[in-house]
Design a protein around this ligand. Structure first.
Ligand SMILES: [Zn+2]
Length: 310
């Protein structure tokens, strides 16, 4: 246990693959899951390069089910050998150290997890495989439906949902603040947050908080913008042209980029203004070289919504 605690607090980072180092692949299977960890040995240190795990089937909970313990503890996939145990420790350490949001420490999360009433009840239920004991509690209502994804670790100071750290109540607001820093809107902030952490009501809390944030409201349209769509190939060159600005750059210049959708050939003008006037003069130059296209595609923002351009 002391070793596990040490490895949990250690600063174990994902290493890059080194073609000169010796490589080991450890795989493990249980009736409920598969796990694989690729690690390399440099000196006397073992560093995880990558890991993968899969839960195979849903299971029936119950004390008589021998698979139950395993599926309740997916990170603890093997109890067969010391070798596998140490790999499991690395795996858990890997998950926990990578799931900690920036500007928050694992020590803080552990301390608050110990102080969090709900989390302590859930950890007790997971460890003892006895959800009866906490029936009718808030903790039961929030966690029972995801019980198969939960793993409790070490001295009851870490609870995982799959690969994600469950954040105790006292730190939830801060976890959201951290993910919210870039003001990327509700959808992105939720994504960012849920990559690494989870707690009950996470989506509602993000929505509640960000719905009052003006910069995030402004970010909503760009969330809904589709990524580049494939458009149909025109019949000939210079028939369909798309026009867009890139910048401003530190020099306060912009690039006016015209792309012929047939050849995908870009025509780039450096401009100091995105005004309709400046844009028109460049478009006229392009047309004097290649002729007048059938279709010019733009976004609907300025200057393309200007009367001068129509
Ligand atoms: Zn915001």
């Amino acid at each position: 246990m002391a070793k596990l605690k040490a490895s949990l607090t250690s600063d174990q980072l994902m290493a890059y693959f080194d073609t000169n180092a010796s490589t080991e692949l450890v795989v493990d299977a249980s009736p409920v899951g598969l796990a694989a960890i690729l690690y390399q040995i440099t000196g006397d240190k073992r560093r995880i390069i990558s890991y993968a795990s899969r839960v195979l089937t849903p299971h029936q909970p119950g004390k008589d089910n021998p698979a139950d313990y395993m599926s309740q503890h997916p990170a603890n996939m093997s109890t067969l050998a010391a070798e596998a145990t140490s790999v499991t420790e690395s795996y858990v350490s890997f998950i926990t150290s990578h799931a900690v949001p920036k500007a928050m420490t694992l020590t803080e999360i552990k301390q608050q997890t110990v102080l969090d009433n709900d989390l302590q009840q859930v950890i007790g239920a997971v460890v003892n495989n006895n959800w009866h004991a906490i029936a009718n509690t808030t903790a039961y209502r929030s966690y029972w439906h995801i019980r198969e994804e939960l793993t409790a670790i070490s001295d009851g100071d870490i609870l995982l949902r799959g690969n994600r750290l469950i954040i105790p109540k006292n730190l939830q607001q801060r976890a959201i603040d951290i993910a919210h820093q870039g003001h990327q809107g509700i959808v992105k902030t939720k994504q960012l947050l849920r990559e690494k952490v989870w707690f009950p009501g996470i989506d509602n809390l993000v929505e509640e908080k960000l719905s009052k944030c003006l910069p995030c409201q402004a970010a909503i349209p760009s969330d809904k913008q589709e990524p580049y769509q494939m458009s149909e190939l025109p019949d000939c060159p210079w028939q369909n042209i798309s026009v867009d600005f890139c910048g401003p750059f530190p020099s306060e210049e912009y690039l006016l980029v015209l792309i012929d959708e047939y050849y995908r050939y870009p025509l780039v003008y450096v401009v100091t203004s995105t005004s309709a006037k400046a844009t028109i003069s460049k478009l006229e130059h392009a047309m004097s070289l290649f002729g007048i296209p059938d279709v010019i595609k733009t976004d609907t923002g300025p200057p393309f919504n200007s009367r001068d351009i129509c």
